[in-house]
Write a protein that binds this ligand. Structure first.
Ligand code: BG6
Length: 300
């Protein structure tokens, strides 16, 4: 078997000879499924809207050009929470595959890279009015034998400099939140959005989740944040070109309050570990390009 890619009805699905696969909606360029070793690694709410009427509750929504509610006195001030990338329809730019001859019997080290684009000309009139910069985003999703890579490049195509934030808001699927730990954030400073919105330093190398968590870690020294389950490695999230990460779990009350969060006890089966650049703003001068993203490795 060869790596295969199908694109129809607003979705692109790619799979490797190993059976690993990835599925992306053009709406938001949202990765809604990533299977490796026969297992789904992403959590998507059963009530998530996949018809383009609302950002997807689950998978990997792309946050751009602002994280959270934008400050009113900033150029992003009239955009919705988390910006417009997650609720704009992107263009599928095509695939590139690499096959390793002679190794196919064992699955080879094939990979499939899928590119998606969103530029200012594709925005709705409302979004153009709210953020009138000339930009081009290219989001590359690469399915490899040993993991999934997602990289966002942001190019300033206009004459004016602009500021932005970006975040890959990944909902990871896990078996049981009470057995999960998020590691690699020790000694890092974070803003605790649940507690008091002020800065703290995490003393423990490992974070366990026993209630609502909404922490924005910045300037993380270690490249990899890993998720363990029952003390065993489950997912390794490695940042590339960026050094901030959000850890989010809505827990019981917040999950109840979200109409598109189902089942209501789904918070036990998900944890968001979101990589990005959200501490302050990234400034891009005319003609400049920024690139940041992640590689995720799933343990069998
Ligand atoms: C997280 C934020 O990244 O996204 C949370 O830190 C927020 O504060 C969460 O609640 C979900 O946001 P939304 O807009 O998808 O409901």
């Amino acid at each position: 078997p060869q790596p295969s890619v199908h694109s129809e009805r607003g979705r692109v699905v790619a799979s490797l000879p190993t059976g690993d696969s990835v599925e992306i909606l053009l709406y938001g360029a949202t990765v809604i499924s990533w299977k490796a070793n026969g297992r789904e690694n992403l959590w998507v709410s059963e009530a998530a809207k996949l018809d383009g009427s609302k950002p997807v509750r689950g998978g990997v929504p792309i946050v751009f050009p602002c994280f959270g509610p934008p400050p009113k006195d900033h150029a992003t001030g009239s955009l919705p929470q988390h910006g417009f990338a997650r609720n704009s329809t992107w263009e599928y730019l095509g695939k590139s595959t690499s096959e390793s001859e002679g190794k196919l019997a064992s699955g080879g080290d094939d990979s499939i890279k899928l590119d998606f684009g969103l530029s200012s000309s594709q925005l709705t009139e409302d979004n153009k009015k709210a953020w009138g910069y000339d930009f081009a985003l290219v989001y590359s999703v690469t399915l490899k034998r040993d993991g999934l890579q997602t990289m966002l490049s942001v190019r300033n195509q206009g004459e004016k400099a602009f500021e932005f934030q970006m975040l890959l808001h990944t909902y990871f699927r896990i078996d049981d939140i009470s057995k999960v730990a998020v590691n690699g954030l020790g000694s890092t400073t974070y803003v605790d959005k649940v507690l008091d919105a002020t800065t703290h330093t995490q003393s423990s190398p490992s974070l366990t989740i026993t209630g609502e968590v909404d922490r924005v870690y910045s300037g993380i020294k270690q490249d990899t944040t890993s998720i363990t389950q029952d003390g065993k490695p489950r997912l390794d999230v490695t940042r590339d070109g960026i050094s901030d990460s959000v850890v989010w779990n809505p827990w019981i009350q917040k999950a109840k309050g979200m109409g598109d969060f189902e089942p209501k006890d789904g918070y036990k089966n998900m944890v968001c570990v979101e990589v990005g650049a959200v501490d302050g703003w990234q400034k891009l001068e005319a003609g400049e390009t920024f690139e940041g993203g992640m590689i995720v490795k799933s343990h069998a």
